[in-house]
Design a binder for this molecule. Structure first.
Ligand code: ADP
Ligand code: TRP
Length: 336
């Protein structure tokens, strides 16, 4: 029998679910979870949220919203292992073991840390580490523990996370070298088709940039956020280039092939930006509407979400508990 491949991914619970999460992570992961040869581990990276903010209400609310989003989009918790990172203590125990194997130099090269240093440099701050927490610095180690604790083969992520998966691989190989072959070196799976969905300002759609389209917002908010998408100053009647257009690139992620071709033709014929935004709004509203109905229902039933996650955590621990026991013993932490 063909070996099941294990696929694992997580979303940080530090904001409302947005269209980038939906088309870049949630929908493809649900599709993959329906493949017979795949075992999926999908989780809420709630302790990762503390790296980004100290707003406890935000982390808590976002955990519920993101869990509800997965379920509303059709995730079948019986087919996958769906859990909250914070419910699995073994991840944090493994994170310590891994941090003792990870050279500081490797973490000095992590993009998130380097970006924070570079911000300080640009602002002329004398202490380049100003405002940088150990949480941010150690973030790749916690992420490696998330992945290695479940011996994931593949990790579907956005392009910006590729470096973290490579680091997890390095760390796994180092562990195996010192303590024996217990951890699977993972591989990143970058979705080339969806690629990076641009946000309202053309940069990657991201909670960190405040440029997202919140998929489950009411129609008014959804329309308002679409009207904010940045365009160039070409007037109606002038032919428009679809390739570098944010409206078009967002539309491409949700529309059918023929709808995309149709919009392209209308661009060439000089469609105005206002009309293009309306087409995107109508299409997006229709695209999210079945998910939104489910989402609203699930958001009202917190007990249901909680019970799904508790059951998921129990399933996850059936895997993490024996592996952590082996890891502990292999590093020499065991009874006499
Ligand atoms: P954010 O950048 O808003 O903090 P997350 O890092 O929590 O988003 O994203 C979780 C996952 O959602 C990522 O690994 C990626 O697969 C997907 N994702 C997020 N933003 C985008 C985007 N703009 N385009 C495509 N996929 C995205
Ligand atoms: N850091 C990821 C992000 O911001 C979220 C995440 C945390 C993750 N742990 C993970 C993704 C493990 C994949 C595997 O997108």
């Amino acid at each position: 029998m063909k070996k099941q491949q294990r696929v694992l991914t997580g979303i940080t619970t530090s904001g409302e679910p947005h269209l980038g999460n939906l088309v870049g992570a949630i929908l493809p992961a649900i599709r993959a979870s329906n493949q017979p040869d795949t075992a999926s581990f999908l989780f809420l990276a709630d302790y990762h949220s503390l790296i980004k903010n100290t707003d406890s209400d935000l982390t808590h609310t976002s955990s519920l919203e993101i869990a509800a989003c997965w379920l509303a989009c059709g995730l079948d918790p019986d087919k996958v292992t769906f859990y909250r990172q914070s419910d699995i203590p073994h991840i944090f125990e493994l994170a310590w073991v891994l941090s003792c194997l990870t050279s500081k130099g490797l973490l000095n090269r992590a993009h998130a840390y380097k970006a924070a240093i570079s911000d300080n440099e640009q602002q002329g701050t004398k202490d380049l580490d100003k405002g940088i927490t150990m949480g941010l610095f150690n973030y790749p180690v916690l992420m490696a523990a998330d992945i290695l604790m479940f011996n994931a083969d593949f990790v579907p992520v956005g392009q910006d996370q590729k470096q973290h998966i490579e680091m997890a691989r390095d760390i796994a190989l180092k562990f195996n070298h010192h303590y024996g072959e217990l951890l699977t070196p993972p591989e990143a799976q970058i979705n080339e088709v969806t690629g990076i969905l641009p946000g309202l300002d053309g940069r990657k759609m991201s909670k960190s940039y405040n440029n997202t389209i919140p998929v489950f917002a009411n129609e008014k908010v959804l329309r308002k956020s679409i009207m904010k998408i940045q365009t160039n100053s070409l007037e109606p009647g002038e032919p428009k280039d679809h390739e570098n257009c944010n409206i078009f690139n967002i539309y491409k992620a949700i529309a059918t092939e023929s709808e995309v071709l149709d919009l392209k033709k209308q661009y060439e014929e000089g469609m105005g930006w206002g009309d293009a935004k309306n087409v995107l709004f109508e299409n997006l509203n229709e695209f999210v509407s079945p998910f939104k109905q489910e989402y609203e229902k699930i958001m009202k039933d917190k007990n249901f979400v909680e019970s799904v996650l508790v059951e998921g955590a129990n399933k996850a621990k059936e895997y993490s508990s024996p592996l952590m026991k082996q890891i502990r013993e292999s590093v020499g932490i065991k009874g006499f």
